[in-house]
Design a protein around this ligand. Sequence first.
Ligand SMILES: [Zn+2]
Length: 194
Amino acid sequence: MSTLFLLFLLLLSFPATAAFDKAEAWRLCADLSTKGQTWTPTVNPSLFAYSEEFLRNTNARATHILICASDEPSADLAWSVLVGKGFEHIFVLGMSRDALTSLGSHLRAVVAHEVGHLVVNHTGGACDNFTRQKRNDDYVLCEHDADWVAMNWIGKPAMLTLLRTLLHHRERNFAPREHLENLAKRISLLERAP
Ligand SMILES: [Zn+2]
């Protein structure tokens, strides 16, 4: 038996499966998002392309990208997690339908910010932990770290435009005062960033 044939048999016994199948994609979207919100897998070529673009700038070595979306009005605007699974690393990006429709031309900046979290080693929900602990200033600095990375990729004007658009969007939606103040602080930090 030739070595090549043995190799072929070996490949047959370990079929090349994707890092995740459809069922697992649904499970990842549901489990990784904020509890109580409904997130499901979605196909969005733009978000996929932006994720690929910025992941190339990191050493995260993501082997797969999964996009999750939520129709719920109260859903978080965007979130991201890098899931390790053996030799595979799945970059999971969540984006609310509200963000998808209202932030159209700024979505590249949103994705840059989300991938930026990976660069500064923010694991899933790292900044949100500060809000839970009522450490507001730490939360703002944590988000600013990701803003800063994104700014270096897409430029300060594009990143500032995103944050100002978000601020106006949240003002229109009567977001809690604290959320507006946090965004205003992130804008001011970025304006002063070298
Ligand atoms: Zn963030």
